[in-house]
Design a protein around this ligand. Structure first.
Ligand code: NAG
Ligand code: NAG
Ligand code: NAG
Ligand code: NAG
Ligand code: NAG
Ligand code: NAG
Ligand code: NAG
Ligand code: NAG
Ligand code: NAG
Ligand code: NAG
Ligand code: CU
Length: 568
């Protein structure tokens, strides 16, 4: 099976099998050496930060409910942290990773052993750096198989094909990041998108490296698709083949068969592909951006890989390209995303909270701050920013989790993140007063009672420029119970919610000019980051922190910190 994946041959890395440790059991121990390695793409050799010299990085393979330990060694020159995206880490935010939220970064030369506790997740997730812009190249797949003795809730696929979608800059990523922050404007667009680290046939010098996979007529393949790119939502499809989505964000869905998918940064999707083309030829898989925002520049290129049927001889026939919607086709993106449903079977029930203890409404906005002498490259010389509920999140210099745990909050964070937007206005009006574009800068958390059933409505605004936002929550998956265009109406809209089989996700694309409502049970004590998964918006401050308080029983309380928390 593995031999099918030509490019994945090289992904061999150290796994030490250890069976137990005094404070619990774990299955695997992985070693992550974060270090530079040389890669040639787009005709140019450059040094990138990697894990174990691999790009994309090594795949973690576990079974549902396993615990693994990853020893992260920082052999690079920058501070780094690693996040296990979508892994809920019950009671263990200590290993979650976002810098200055749950830990101080691992400084060059240092090491941190992270305990990654899997619980309900089953399917595909991923891990990535959660400090500056390192995640552009520091990321990899996490595959979570059903528990031994159980099986997929769909016919067993003949093989699996990981598809990691990424974004590549010719320039050094730290340079791109520094210029972006210094300019106050939009970041430089990437030069390519990638499939498993390769741009594909439509970019210069890229043809020999194009990701290729052989399939056999009649077989079914499980595509484990991860959007690891930095700043764009993507459409993805395979020419002349349909994709049947069976899981999103490591939770099973009712099968949804479509010609293409839309996937935001942070999201993962398991799709079945039936190799049913009699013509034993070659077919492109392709991805390109979905962007709907006025005057927003973006990388408008297309990345491709090739599916080749076994028995096909010679490279003579030109593969065909899949149909993908136009770059600004919001109807196509929203239709796809909000057609997904939880599997909701006996063995995989949908446990959406039907009653809620608390509804929070939060506006998500791009902002424009004054800039000395209007020398920034934001609109009219402003400095661009972003916010949730008009608070533009500022990273503290010491992590919130340790400050909270040790009761030394003061000067690190406040508890004044509002439950409702501080100002009610027509969020989705085409033109908004310029004075509303300035947010307040701060580090404010929202405290939540243990076991409460939380509803969070994320309301997009058109301040500066409206655009879709992929909002991600750490420590939980949430049920996406509703969405709509315009302004959320608290009296009317909840009656339209799906409280039967909404999809369970960790990242949801909130549509431009609209809102999305999610629900989760706050049964995981800890400090949990919430943020837009567009890296530029994260840097600008479209973030907040939920602090779920301890419950009464010992098993409802935070685990103690590991002995080797990185110091600040
Ligand atoms: C992006 O590329 C498509 C297809 O080549 C083209 O139709 C479209 O005009 C381009 N859009 C922008 C904003 O460059
Ligand atoms: C998409 O962009 C085209 C121009 O490239 C424009 O004519 C069209 O109105 C846009 N569609 C939407 C839904 O914004
Ligand atoms: C959503 O897309 C599907 C498949 O293309 C189509 O059949 C359906 O009519 C669309 N629904 C809406 C509301 O546009
Ligand atoms: C939800 O709340 C209503 C009214 O407070 C109550 O009658 C109902 O039993 C609750 N349902 C559940 C599932 O807790
Ligand atoms: C802004 O411009 C004034 C006048 O040209 C100049 O004196 C001042 O140093 C500038 N300030 C900054 C921060 O560049
Ligand atoms: C830039 O300035 C012009 C003219 O005052 C104004 O119409 C426009 O809305 C401003 N744009 C932003 C984003 O501030
Ligand atoms: C908000 O703005 C939109 C777009 O301009 C408009 O259609 C709508 O009527 C406005 N809503 C209210 C309540 O003013
Ligand atoms: C956000 O807060 C700032 C500072 O208090 C204020 O100037 C601005 O109008 C507020 N904007 C919104 C949309 O609430
Ligand atoms: C939390 O909920 C669980 C299951 O619903 C229950 O067993 C437990 O007692 C609750 N704990 C608290 C502190 O409410
Ligand atoms: C690296 O992290 C340490 C500890 O938080 C901090 O003091 C230092 O400024 C960081 N270095 C950079 C380049 O951000
Ligand atoms: Cu965003």
């Amino acid at each position: 099976m593995i031999s099918l994946f030509k490019r994945f041959h090289v992904l061999i890395f150290t796994i030490l099998f250890v069976s137990s440790l005094c404070s619990g059991t774990f299955v695997h121990r992985y070693r992550f050496n974060v270090k530079e390695a040389s890669y040639r793409r787009l005709c140019k050799e450059k040094k990138i930060l990697t894990v174990n010299g691999q790009f994309p990085g090594p795949t973690l393979k576990v079974h549902k409910g396993d615990t693994v330990i990853v020893d992260v060694y920082n052999r690079g020159k920058y501070n780094i942290t690693i996040h296990w995206h979508g892994v809920k880490q019950p009671r263990n935010p200590w290993s979650d990773g976002p810098e200055y939220v749950t830990q101080c970064p691992i400084q060059p030369g240092n090491k941190f052993s992270q305990r990654v506790i899997f619980s309900k997740e089953e399917g595909t997730l991923w891990w990535h750096a959660h400090s500056d812009w390192s995640r552009a190249t520091v990321h990899g797949a996490i595959i979570i198989y059903p528990k031994q003795g159980t099986s997929y809730p769909f016919p067993r696929p003949d093989a699996e094909i990981p598809i990691i979608l990424g974004e590549w800059w010719k320039k050094d990523i730290m340079q791109v990041y520094k210029e972006f922050v210094a300019s106050g404007g939009q970041p430089r667009d990437s030069d390519a998108y990638t499939i498993n680290g390769q741009p594909g046939d439509f970019y210069p010098c890229s043809k020999p490296g194009t990701f290729k996979v052989k399939v056999t007529y009649g077989n079914t393949y499980l595509l484990r698709i991860i959007n690891a790119d930095m700043n764009e939502i993507l459409f993805f499809g395979v020419a002349k083949h349909k994709l049947t989505v069976v899981a999103t964000d490591a939770s099973y869905t009712k099968p949804l068969t479509r010609n293409f998918i839309a996937i935001t940064p942070g999201q993962t999707m398991d799709c079945l592909l039936h190799a049913n083309q009699r013509q034993h030829g070659r077919y492109y898989m392709a991805a390109r951006a979905y962007v709907n925002g006025r005057g927003i520049s973006f990388d408008n290129t297309t990345t491709t890989g090739i599916i080749r049927y076994q028995g096909h001889r010679g490279p003579s026939t030109k593969p065909s390209l899949p149909y993908l919607p136009y770059y600004n086709d919001t109807a196509a993106a929203v239709n796809f995303t909000y057609s997904l449903r939880s599997l909701d079977s006996k063995s995989h029930p949908c446990l959406v909270p039907r009653n809620i203890s608390k509804r929070f409404i939060s506006t998500i906005s791009v902002n424009a701050f004054p800039c000395p002498n209007q020398t920034c490259t934001g609109p009219n010389g402003t400095r661009l920013g972003a916010s949730m509920s008009n608070i533009s999140f500022v990273n503290p210099t010491f992590d919130i989790l340790e400050a909270y745990y040790h009761g030394i909050n003061r000067g690190v964070f406040g508890n004044r993140f509002p439950s409702y937007p501080p100002l009610v206005f027509n969020y989705t009006a085409d033109f908004l007063p310029l004075e509303l574009e300035i947010a307040r800068r701060g580090t404010e958390a929202k405290f939540v009672k243990y076991n409460s059933s939380v509803e969070l409505v994320l309301q997009g605004t058109n301040l500066v420029a409206g655009i879709d936002h992929p909002m991600h929550l750490h420590g939980f998956s949430f049920y996406v119970v509703g969405h709509g265009f315009g302004n959320f109406d608290e009296r009317r809209d909840p009656s339209g919610y799906n409280l039967v089989d909404p999809p369970l996700r960790n990242t949801i694309g909130v549509p431009r000019n609209g809102w999305a409502a999610v629900r989760f049970k706050a049964d995981n004590p800890g400090v949990w980051f919430m943020h837009c998964h567009f890296e530029r918006h994260l840097v600008w401050g479209m973030n907040t922190v939920f602090i779920v308080k301890n419950g009464r029983h010992p098993e409802e309380r935070l685990l103690p910190p590991p002995p080797d928390m990185p110091p600040c």
